[in-house]
Design a protein around this ligand. Sequence first.
Ligand SMILES: [Zn+2]
Length: 267
Amino acid sequence: MPPAADEGPPYELYAIRYAHRDVSVRGEHFYGHDPGCQDPCPIDYYVWAAVSESDVVVVDAGFTEETAERRGDRHYLRSPVETLAALGVDAGRVGHLVLSHLHYDHTGHMADFPAARIVVQRAELAFWTGPHAHRGKHPHLANPDDVAFLVRENFAGRVTQPDGDHEVLPGVGVHHVGGHTPGLQVVRVRTAAGHAVVASDASHFYANIEGDRPYGIVTCLPAMYDAFDRVRALADSAELIVAGHDPLVLDRYPAVPGLEGYAVRVA
Ligand SMILES: [Zn+2]
């Protein structure tokens, strides 16, 4: 059943920038690109918030300052929870926390949302609790403490695990795309400007989806191409597609007054 995303009041959608990494280079970010390419390719880290008169859905939980220090190279601006508060959103009262996927930079602040129902695709949780999580680069890409946190919360009945498309609330739906991770999901939000899509890591940079160029971390390449098509089909216009890690997000959307460099309003 397709999500009934057209009912209910529209949401305001915000992208919240909480960290930045200057030293990254192009060769590490684009699939099939010369791995030795040293062209600079700065990357930003975001969470997103969809806010209506009655509800807040937060998409992703960032990483913590401790994680930034442990991993090095990452410039932590400030906790996304603080910026949410500046937007009038009390993390402790947020009703839904959607996790696009379980890479470490999307799961760090889950404990700051104690009232939230957590929404993660079944395939994603299965992957990170399954036989492949320890192989290759995967252990570096997720935080086992965060995965353990989710397992505990699942035992407490607080985790919704859709297997595909799912309506979180009228006007907010998740859509399984995979590609970058097995259970990657994107989030479609009904705004006053039309349906926007938080692509998260389905398109780290606009150059991925706009240039049909997959990102460098891939679990299924055909699914990654299909994800580009799905995101385009779900969004009412190209302007309403929000890339997951692109510094251009700050240029493409207006800053929230007083939160320049920290938050933009997508629609
Ligand atoms: Zn990722």
